[in-house]
Design a protein. Structure first.
Length: 341
């Protein structure tokens, strides 16, 4: 008898659960999904639709944890929370991701270092690009935020920060300058660069600034070929045709040397060379070689020509050249032959 009673009780309970599950959504349905929070990249309608499609049961049996995961699966939703509001309302509160930078070509990263790839919406304009291993995203974002503030005080804006597989850091500035920081002493090297920004801007447009030197840095200037050598500390810099600047004095001396060295009609002249050639003198010399012109020779004292005085060198004080001496000899022979007749 007891066994039969127990069995009947179990059947009644199972029937009650089934009846409750069947009738509860019909008697106590969720009629309203209320979305709270600022949404910039998703509409409230999209969020309501997503939760509604995932919803099973009524106001009492709805699985709020499952609905929370459905809301957070949306690309721009960072955090979601849900609660029941009697008799027929679900209240959803969401917080969207706030991207601090782009991550690679199609991703975004938050200030906390969370990388996400939005499937909908557009990537905000004006964000710098961070590149590196996703596992080191928090470190990349942390350094970017710090360096952004430090460089802004020097009048520079960051366009990108990259960390390669070797652990070498690189900065790309909005001005078009690339700064190589290497793998060691990153903060000290960046501090040296910031201290030299004013000198670099005064000297010209730097294309690459290599800070991987123990006592100075190498600069590749835009549209420049001046080169000075130096020895890197951690690796051979990939900067060709660069100028090594060691402090303000070294930079000033380098600019002075370049300013004093000029190219004139294919001939290179500099201070310290006696009798520098000019374009005019070089052209005259080349013309003389081609025409075979003779060089004038100044005599010790002019001589009067014999005969009638109409010869080429008869004029007093006229310069005597090899050509004029030949003319006088011919004139003298002519005069002698005339007298002999």
């Amino acid at each position: 008898m007891r066994a039969v009673t127990g069995l009947l009780l179990l059947v009644a309970m199972a029937g009650g659960v089934w009846a409750f599950g069947y009738w509860e959504p019909r008697l106590l349905p969720v009629r309203v999904i209320e979305v709270q929070g600022a949404l910039h990249h998703h509409s409230s309608e999209l969020l309501q639709k997503t939760i509604g499609e995932r919803l099973t049961g009524g106001i009492l049996t709805a699985d709020l944890n499952d609905l929370k995961r459905a809301a957070e699966d949306l690309a721009w939703v960072g955090k979601a929370s849900l609660r029941r509001v009697w008799p027929d309302r679900l209240q959803v509160k969401v917080e969207e991701h706030k991207p601090a930078a782009r991550w690679g070509r199609d991703g975004l990263v938050t200030a906390e270092g969370l990388v996400f790839h939005p499937r909908t919406g557009t990537v905000p304009a004006g964000l710098p690009m961070l590149e590196g291993d996703e596992q080191r995203a928090p470190e990349l974002v942390s350094r970017y935020l710090k360096w952004r503030d430090d460089l802004m005080l020097a009048g520079q804006l960051i366009d990108g920060v990259a960390l390669d597989a070797r652990g070498a850091w690189r900065l790309d500035l909005v001005s078009g300058t690339r700064v190589e920081l290497g793998t060691d002493h990153i903060e000290q090297r960046l501090t040296r660069f910031i201290g030299a920004v004013a000198q670099l801007e005064a000297a010209g447009q730097a294309e690459v600034v290599d800070m991987r030197y123990s006592n100075g840095f190498a600069v590749k200037w835009a549209h420049s070929t001046e080169t000075l050598a130096a020895s890197p500390t951690d690796s051979t810099p990939a900067v060709q045709k660069a100028s090594v600047v060691k402090g303000a004095k070294g930079k000033a001396a380098a600019r002075k040397t370049v300013a004093k060295t000029k190219t004139v009609s294919g001939a290179r002249t500099a201070e310290g060379i006696k009798g520098p050639k000019t374009a005019k003198s070089i052209a005259a010399a080349e013309s003389a070689k081609k025409t075979g012109a003779t060089k004038a020779v100044k005599p010790a004292a002019p001589k009067a020509a014999s005969g009638t005085g109409t010869g080429a060198g008869a004029r007093k004080g006229a310069p005597v050249t090899e050509g004029s001496i030949t003319d006088r000899k011919l004139q003298a022979q002519t005069d002698r032959s005339t007298r002999s007749r």
